[in-house]
Design a binder for this molecule. Sequence first.
Ligand code: DQA
Length: 139
Amino acid sequence: KKLIIINGPNLNLLGKRETNIYGNLTFTEFFDQTIKKIPNVSLEHFQSNIEGELIDKIQEVGFKYDGIILNAAAYTHTSIGIGDAVKAITTPVVEVHISNTFSREEFRHQSFISPNAKGVILGFGLQSYELAIQSFLDN
Ligand code: DQA
């Protein structure tokens, strides 16, 4: 299986940013630990703070890979462009959030990704990513 985690804006600051919400681990630390736990899977990671770069990446992998694990971060709640990209591709997308966006501000309750995602996993901290990876292995 060929999977990719695509992370949106400010997720490069994991481990430093609002650690009460997002935890103390950097994404690189988490990624290295996780890769070791799941052999026989090609897992890549891409992060950008730029909306168009996220769309470019979704288009690039979206007809080739077996699965996309997408945390579009703040763009989740604003980006019709990323929502449309998810709709345009054939690779299934699992939407992920570290925090439970529904227990936070009202503006985080809307997602332009969810209507076209295969599923959504949120609120389990970084484990949300692991659960999303698992969902692709079971199917
Ligand atoms: C987030 C939730 C978003 O509302 C927020 O803008 C983020 C991270 C999460 O993983 O919990 O940057 O996607």
